[in-house]
Design a protein around this ligand. Structure first.
Ligand code: ADP
Ligand code: ADP
Length: 233
């Protein structure tokens, strides 16, 4: 069942007088429960495509259908709801609030979603437990290692039980061992039925995905299934 479908989407940025065509014509279908890696050289359009898929940005031309709905028909409120409830974003730069505890960082999206305080605490604790950080709930981000911070960011992305996880270089700042730990976590999320799309430039990280889409100059260069993906433990 299709969850994401882009039909001939393009994206043009204006830089002063100059136009930059970041995406030329991208048509991709992702089914529910797929685990996809986007690869490609710097500047090939990966982040632009992720932003469009995450409804953070809209295409210049073409159609994006999410869960059967044309995103261009959605109101601002509907878009905010989709971003808040259906999509979990994992950014490379962690984006955690430095002065807030892990628990409060993870609970933040739940405030926007309208949960009361005791539900927020319970859900945030559960999400931290799921990423192996039950003993770090009261710590602040700067009291954690890079890998632990990334797991806090993942807990925050997942706390609302989003069906789609979008991760832009989720292991980008991490050492190899920590990176593979994060990939174990993604493997479990995939097993649970989540749809995962991640951007990575590392072959061994992409190898966890079941499908690899390569972009080049704003076009899909190749789209292949991985016959033997790396599994978690
Ligand atoms: P990637 O993630 O593969 O490195 P991007 O999607 O970030 O690629 O960028 C694709 C192209 O679009 C690049 O040429 C980049 O310079 C340009 N671009 C990206 N964002 C902007 C922007 N906000 N304004 C102007 N040009 C941009
Ligand atoms: P570990 O103990 O897991 O190795 P470190 O704190 O040494 O964790 O960080 C690992 C990597 O993650 C380092 O390359 C560091 O630059 C990067 N990193 C750590 N914290 C952040 C952050 N808040 N934003 C971006 N990169 C970070």
């Amino acid at each position: 069942k299709k969850i994401i479908e882009t039909i001939n989407i393009s994206k043009t940025y204006r830089m002063g007088e100059e136009l930059v065509q970041a995406l030329k014509s991208i048509s991709i279908i992702v089914n529910k429960g797929e685990y996809v890696a986007f690869m490609g050289p710097s500047g090939s359009g990966k982040s632009t495509l992720m932003n469009i898929i995450g409804c953070l940005d809209s295409p210049t031309t073409g159609t994006y259908i999410l869960n059967g709905k044309d995103v261009s028909d959605m109101t601002e409120n509907e878009l905010a709801e989709v971003r808040n409830k259906e999509i979990g974003f994992v950014f490379q730069t962690f984006n955690l609030l430095p002065r807030a505890s892990c628990l409060d960082n993870v609970a933040l999206p739940l405030i926007y979603a309208g949960y009361n305080k005791s539900d927020r605490t319970e859900m945030a604790f559960q999400a931290l437990k799921n990423v192996g950080l039950a003993d770090r709930v009261g710590h602040k981000p700067n009291e954690l290692s890079g890998g632990q911070r990334q797991r806090v960011a993942i807990a925050r992305a997942l706390v609302n039980n989003p069906s789609i996880i979008l991760a832009d270089e989720p292991t980008g700042n991490l050492d190899s061992k920590t990176s593979h730990g994060i990939m174990e976590l993604f493997h479990e999320l995939h097993q649970k039925g989540n749809t995962i799309i991640m951007v990575t430039h590392e072959d061994d990280i992409a190898h966890y995905a079941h499908r690899v889409v390569r972009l080049r100059d704003g076009l899909v260069e190749s789209d292949t299934l991985n016959p033997n993906p790396t599994r978690g433990k």
